[in-house]
Every structure is written in C-alpha cells, then in structure tokens.
Design a protein around this ligand. Structure first.
Ligand SMILES: [Zn+2]
Length: 105
C-alpha cells in the first residue's frame, strides 16, 4: 500500500545542530549523518570508507549501536572480482582483518 511519506521520527528544528557521536574510524561527515536522521528514522550510519575494505554500523546519534543491525563489511578492492596477485591478496587479507577488528569493537 502506497501511503504518504513518513516524517522523520527525530525531527530537528531549523537551525539546531544535533549532537552525533562517531566512532573514531568513521569517515562520514557530520552533514551526511544529519541527512541520515530523516532517512533512517532517527538513526545514523557510521562508515569507514578508506582503503580496499569498507565497513559500516547503524547507531543512535549518541553512538549506541542499533542491536537489530549487524555491522557490515564490504570488499571494494578493485581486483576483488578479477583475481589478484598473492601480494595483493595479502594486502587485502590485512585490510580485511583490520576492518573486522575495528567493526567488532
Ligand atoms: Zn559517524
């Protein structure tokens, strides 16, 4: 059933800058998180998007992780689908290990 668009659960008065607590690995900007609030019903998505492996986590603005969503890890290495040398694979393995470590904190 197609209904009217649901308004954001966390409405922010114009001009107010809500406090958003990011984990130290988050590379997402503040403005992107403020936009998340409306799109994700008051939640934000923290993302680490540097290097060949990205990861993300859904959280409340105060930094509390949303327990209904598992952190996600995404391999963005340009050779991930086409094959890579052993050296490239080792680098990917290290990046993956680091991302797993960071995402499970
Ligand atoms: Zn963040």
């Amino acid at each position: 059933m197609e209904g009217p668009l649901r308004p954001p659960v966390l409405a922010i008065p114009p001009g107010v800058r809500p406090t958003i607590v990011c984990p130290d690995w988050c590379t997402e900007g503040y403005d992107a998180h403020v936009a998340d609030l409306g799109q994700w019903e008051g939640l934000v998505i923290h993302r680490s998007t540097e290097g060949p492996v990205w990861h993300s986590r859904v959280a409340y603005p105060d930094g509390t992780p949303d327990q209904t969503e598992e952190p996600l890890i995404q391999v963005t290495h340009p050779r991930a689908e086409d094959g890579m040398t052993i050296e490239q694979a080792r680098e990917l393995l290290e990046a993956l290990s680091a991302a797993i470590e960071e995402a499970s904190r």
